[in-house]
Unconditional design. Structure first.
Lengths: 498, 780
């Protein structure tokens, strides 16, 4: 196959204008571009690590031909990942005569700002929510704001404002809604199918034309940094100032964004998720079929991070505290790795070899993960434990997949944890103590003593070893209670008590 | 806004005192057009600085090779201690214990030792990591747990408060409790980090834009560091993106460095530290270890208490003296102690120097008092609320504080009684018991806690303020005062006071950036005093001009002065009404001075620290909160189900803004006592230095049901500005209600027979450990 044609500039839309950039550093962030190059200083830097939301902007992109706008963190979003998108900043919201947007007016009238520094970020997050859900519930508002920190208001006034936005205007009449067709057409035009390559030597970025192009590129340059959602690599740059060139941006590759449900050769179904599928995209497909994923995904990062971060990145990154590997391992997920045209598929569990080491060859990349849908009648649960409920990194995460025999004994069980070892890891000794035994609390209590054989967790700023061990054990008890049909609450939730 | 025509028939002005006026910058906040320092256009050639931080916790610098730093791309200069032309010191209380840049000795991990100046911020940041520094490491202590509060090294002299013979009272009491409590510190997490930009001028002049609550102090520190007189240094701040005390003294370092670099290099210089550097290199709320012993009777009446409040102060004094003093001033919260002794221990540690934070030691003081209440309640098997109410200060007697000030304005009884009823405390107590009886893993808890907070700087000389009021000939008013705007709505309130005084619509009053060039010798915007002090100073300035206008009108229209009355946007002069702007123009033509410098000093207050006696507070602010929580006893995770608050703000200058202070202060206080945990590793490094590891509350952490009311009957007993009360700090301590509700839920696992002795912050981990401990003890 011939090498694809190359374009040597990035092209995207910024608010109302076309942007073409021929001189872009591979690690240039959207936030610095907005503030320093364009003097669009309404977007703020609060933390430079995607945790505070002061830099929230919207990125519109074509997803299956449909234009979707999503909130993202401009501080850890690289410019190179924006080819063919529409970037919308707070400066775009006011009308031509300068009048405030409904989101802005509601925030003013309900006293939603005090110091005002986080406010543009809140406005953008609420704007994204309002376009999706003009009359949001409390839960939707809280979820949309998980990635926005405010230190002044206590949030109450902001939530009041969020409920009131639609009384100031109709989402359907919003400029982004009205101009949807024109912007879609413009973005279609920008998608010329060319590879983008900018820079040379130590300052090089590449946006592959498609997955095959990516495979070829990575095989040829195995040392390149592969960036999908940049929710981790972003920090390599902003915090560690690591040199990441050359960078291959794969977040926009449609070929990695497929979600398909395959009939298994056997009795179940398998959902195959492309490595570039974001948490937000996976939520719809995965949580519908495997409900336990819903509450888990709601507690991964904030909305901005979920809009950027990918399942593939979460796996390929190899972190011991990634939230998707343990449940995927518990379900027996398989991983497809690809190098050039060659593919191999391995159990996900085997991918994680040791801390910082995975079964990925030079030039190879994670292409897809295949998730078996648990059989009806089996039990599957995921429980995440954190210091702060939302937008926090896991202290302990346990995933449980249980199959009971007719006689009430444990026919099969698969238990995997995050935060308990140097990799996502199975609790084999615990499993062994359960299999063949009656699924009773006595069995569970006995099995709980086996955790020490499986795990020797660490103490760090998130939790002590003792707490991790104790919480991990107790999660098994919670799982047992869940399967026993009790009506008493098993944990705390954001739902209001009756 | 720009084409305003005042309504000359209005019955009331728009935006006067007591109006729910929105924040003066609200529309700019939401539009992204409010200008913070990093948003200001930079002068051509502006350079950027980055601090070089020490990588040991305690040690002597034996070699510093900065050649790689100097050789990095874009580097213009690297400043070290020897580049400081004046004094290498920014200690705010004059103890000379806090260098701008460490000189030979490192006292905490992350202490600034040099400052890189480069063409871009990025270049400065990258180069700052290339230094080769050789240290001779020394033993260090980061935690106060192993220190003796009465013997180990202090950063500043301790305070003792004493009334009666506490030891005898405890000894002779029918019952006694004794214990120790740890209360964690807190990172401010202002959303806008520290930032300073200096623009050099002629002679010794320099203008410094600095995100600071205390421009005058920055002016002094910059002057000292430069060896320049104060008149050469102008400090300006339009607004901060949050302060909370974290910008009372902590901006000094950045301001001093940019000023030094700007004068040395003849170019504008800006420093905006990365969030991690900001959190590592600037101070936080003090964490405390509180030793307590109390004697009480069988009904739960406190007879005597003895406290030692030991604080982790860090390597220098900063504000640790007044902070630990204020902890003692609040060791009583709302309770009368017949006999009391309280001692502070501001301990030296090899950590960043801790500093002011909303409440300024007061919250830690109160937490100790509330622990004693809990201990008594558990010892007697009573509801803690009964013990609280029983020990409240009296109005006629039992009303003298540990510092010998008589409480003259006590309303805590009324507040608590009203809240107890509106929150249905008794009914819900029963519901919770029933719930817990039927719920194995999830337990509910509830607590109602009071707040009494003393208002005034305990440094008496800080209780003064100035303002500058100009009336222009079109009737518009330019207002400047010494307070700073950090989101609390101070500028809005002060403008409302001036609008009310002149009886003109609020949009006729322009609030301008705080600058040392307009109002000199100001105090920090701190101690909740912003509107009390500056509102009065501005009112005084406006009244001076008003008096001149009245005298002028009386003379010109030959009527008695009492026939001149300021009506909305107009002035009644005898039988005629003249538009305010017209009268002003007439006065100008008659050569009447239309500008005034207002001034205010708080009356009544005095304090003798050596004796531990005086009247340090002008008045007290009161409030109470009732919170209910649910706790997962398998993981320690929790949720705030409901909070009811009744808080008093006197005759509020702006109820909407005050409500925001109460809601925001409460949530911040809850964060302090729950998920906000500072964690140092065994090498002495702070490992929670970014929002990924340091967890402040989110929208989904606020109470599910959140009923907040301002007491509509409240009025300040003292003649404060329009009889309002300060509101910045007091609501912060309402967060204690959640902490005690969590403790109540923990206690339920042992049938409320054992005091949980929960330490703060009550992270899920501390909760689970306490639950397990109580379960074990209950079986014994």
């Amino acid at each position: 196959m011939a090498k694809p044609k190359i374009r040597s500039e990035l092209r995207f839309l910024l608010n109302g204008e076309d942007v073409a950039l021929a001189d872009v550093a591979p690690d240039a962030t959207l936030l610095d571009f907005l503030r320093l190059s364009r003097s669009l200083r309404g977007t703020k830097e609060g933390c430079a690590e995607g945790d505070c939301g002061a830099c929230t902007v919207l990125v519109g992109r074509l997803s299956g031909g449909k234009l979707v706008y999503e909130s993202v963190n401009a501080c850890i979003r690289f410019l190179g990942s924006l080819d063919g998108t529409h970037v919308v900043t707070v400066e775009h919201l006011r009308g031509e005569s300068g009048q405030l947007h409904p989101v802005q007016q509601a925030m003013v009238d309900f006293h939603g700002s005090q110091c005002g520094f986080c406010t543009p970020g809140f406005v953008m997050s609420l704007y994204a929510l309002w376009m999706k859900s003009p009359d949001p519930s409390n839960a939707e508002i809280e979820k949309a704001l998980q990635g926005n920190l405010c230190r002044c208001t206590g949030y109450e006034a902001i939530v009041r404002a969020a409920h009131a936005i639609s009384s100031y205007g109709k989402a359907a009449k919003d400029p982004l809604a009205v101009e949807r067709k024109a912007v879609t057409a413009r973005l279609e035009q920008l998608r010329d199918g060319l590879r983008v390559e900018i820079g040379a030597g130590r300052q090089r970025l590449i946006v592959p034309a498609d997955v095959a192009d990516f495979a070829r590129l990575l095989e040829a340059e195995p040392a390149a940094t592969v960036v999908a959602g940049s929710t981790d690599v972003g920090l390599w740059v902003t915090k560690h100032m690591r040199d990441i060139s050359p960078v291959i941006f794969i977040g926009g590759l449609d070929g990695l964004k497929t979600i398909s449900e395959d009939k298994d050769a056997g009795d179940g179904k398998i959902i195959s998720i492309g490595a570039g599928v974001t948490y937000t995209e996976a939520f719809a497909a995965l949580a519908k079929r495997i409900p336990a994923f819903g509450p888990l995904f709601d507690r991964i990062g904030g909305e901005q991070v979920r809009n950027m971060g990918t399942i593939g990145g979460n796996i390929a990154n190899g972190s011991p505290i990634g939230d998707t590997p343990p449940p995927l391992i518990a379900l027996g997920a398989m991983l497809t790795l690809r190098k050039g045209k060659a593919r191999r598929t391995i159990p996900l569990e085997d991918f994680f070899i040791a801390y910082g080491r995975q079964d990925r060859q030079p030039g190879e990349f994670v292409e897809a993960v295949h998730v078996p849908v648990p059989d009806e009648g089996t039990h599957f649960a995921v429980h995440k434990v954190t210091k702060r409920r939302d937008e926090d990194i896991t202290a302990v995460l346990g995933a449980f997949h249980l199959t009971l025999a007719q006689d009430g004994t444990v026919a099969d069980v698969c238990i995997a944890y995050g935060g308990m070892a140097a990799t996502p890891k199975r609790a084999y000794a615990v499993e062994k103590a359960l299999i063949g035994q009656p699924w009773t609390e006595a069995t569970v209590m006995a099995a709980m003593d086996r955790y020490a054989e499986d795990f020797a967790p660490l103490t760090d700023m998130r939790a002590s070893a003792e707490y991790r061990a104790m919480a991990a054990r107790n999660l098994l008890l919670r799982f047992h209670a869940e399967t026993s049909g009790t009506r008493a609450p098993l944990t705390v939730t954001r739902e209001k008590a009756a | 806004m720009t084409t305003h025509t005042p309504d000359l028939k209005a019955a009331r002005i728009a935006g006067g005192v007591a109006a729910d006026q929105r924040h003066d910058s609200a529309h700019k906040h939401v539009a992204g057009t409010a200008i913070y320092i990093d948003d200001m256009p930079e002068p051509a050639g502006t350079l950027h600085g980055c601090l070089g931080l020490a990588t040991v916790t305690h040690g002597d610098i034996v070699g510093m090779d900065l050649s790689a730093v100097r050789g990095a791309p874009g580097i213009v200069d690297v400043l070290t201690a020897s580049d400081i032309p004046g004094e290498n010191d920014i200690s705010p209380t004059g103890r000379h214990d806090e260098p701008v840049l460490a000189d030979g000795k490192v006292q905490f991990h992350g202490q600034p030792i040099f400052c890189v100046i480069a063409e871009t911020r990025e270049q400065a940041r990258r180069a700052s990591r290339l230094a080769k520094v050789e240290y001779k490491e020394l033993p260090f202590v980061t935690d106060i747990g192993g220190l003796d509060p009465l013997k180990d090294k202090l950063v500043t002299p301790p305070l003792t408060l004493k009334r009666g013979d506490a030891a005898a009272a405890i000894r002779n009491a029918p019952r006694r409790v004794k214990g120790k409590m740890r209360v964690g510190g807190q990172e401010h997490f202002y959303l806008e980090g520290h930032i300073a930009m200096a623009v050099p001028g002629e002679d010794q002049d320099v203008t410094v834009y600095c995100s600071t609550q205390h421009p005058t102090e920055v002016q002094h520190m910059v002057g000292h560091a430069l060896g320049a007189p104060s008149h050469a240094v102008t400090v300006e701040i339009r607004r901060m993106g949050g302060g909370f005390g974290g910008k009372e003294t902590q901006g000094n370092q950045f301001a001093a460095l940019v000023a030094i670099a700007a004068k040395k290099l003849g170019r504008a210089v800006k420093i905006r530290p990365d969030r991690d550097d900001d959190m590592i290199a600037t101070g936080k709320r003090h964490d405390f270890l509180i030793d307590y012993e109390a004697g009480f009777d069988d009904d739960g009446n406190i007879l005597g208490v003895d406290y030692i409040y030991a604080a982790r102060c860090g390597f220098s004094s900063d504000l640790s003296g007044p902070v630990t003093d204020r902890a003692l001033f609040h060791c009583d919260n709302s309770y009368f102690y017949p006999a009391v002794k309280a001692v502070s221990a501001p301990l030296y540690t090899n950590t960043v120097s801790n500093t002011a934070f909303r409440g300024f030691g007061g919250p830690q003081g109160m937490v100790g008092a509330e622990r004693v209440i809990d201990e008594i309640a558990f010892a007697l098997g009573k509801d803690p609320l009964d013990i609280r109410k029983r020990n409240f200060y009296g109005t006629e007697d039992r009303n003298v504080t540990p510092y010998h000030q008589t409480v003259e304005d006590n309303v805590i009884g009324r507040i608590v009684n009203e809240l107890e009823a509106s929150a249905d405390y008794a009914g819900r107590r029963r519901t919770i018991q029933a719930f817990n009886a039927n719920s194995r893993f999830v337990k509910r808890g509830m607590a109602l806690t009071p707040v009494k907070f003393g208002i005034s700087f305990t440094a008496t000389h800080y209780n003064q303020a100035g303002a500058l009021v100009h009336v222009y000939t079109d009737g518009s008013v330019h207002l400047n005062h010494g307070g700073t705007e950090m989101g609390q709505g101070l500028n809005t309130k002060v403008a409302q006071v001036v609008a009310e005084e002149f009886q003109i619509d609020l949009d006729q009053v322009k609030i301008t950036a705080t600058t040392t060039g307009k109002v000199p010798n100001t105090s920090a915007t701190a101690a909740s005093s912003g509107s009390d002090l500056n509102g009065m100073a501005a009112q005084n300035g406006a009244r001076q001009i008003k008096d001149r206008l009245v005298a002028f009108a009386a003379k010109k229209y030959s009527i008695p002065a009492d026939q001149v009355e300021f009506l909305p946007n107009r002035v009644r002069v005898g039988n005629q009404e003249i538009a305010f702007a017209d009268l002003v123009k007439q006065a100008y033509m008659a050569r009447i001075q239309l500008s005034a410098a207002g001034f205010y000093k708080t009356p009544k207050i005095h304090w003798d620290r050596d004796k531990g006696q005086g009247h340090p507070f002008y008045y007290f602010a009161y409030g109470a909160a009732c919170s209910e929580v649910s706790v997962d006893t398998l993981t320690g995770e929790y949720m705030v189900e409901r909070t009811d608050i009744l808080h008093e703000t006197g005759r509020s200058l702006n109820p909407a803004i005050d409500l925001g202070q109460v809601e925001g202060g409460f949530v911040q206080g809850v964060g302090w006592l729950t998920t906000e945990e500072l964690w140092w590793d065994d090498k002495g490094r702070l490992r929670t230095h970014a929002p990924s590891t340091y967890k402040i509350p989110l929208a989904s952490d606020r109470p599910k049901i959140f009923n907040v009311a301002l007491a509509d009957w409240s009025e300040n007993a003292e003649p404060t500005v329009h009889r309002s009360k300060a509101v910045g700090e007091p609501p912060f301590m309402l967060g204690m209600s959640v902490f005690h509700a969590l403790s109540d839920a923990v206690a339920s696992v042992a049938d409320h027979k054992i005091c949980p002795r929960l330490d703060a912050p009550a992270t899920p981990e501390r909760m689970l450990m306490a639950i397990e401990r109580l379960k074990t003890e209950a079986v014994k």
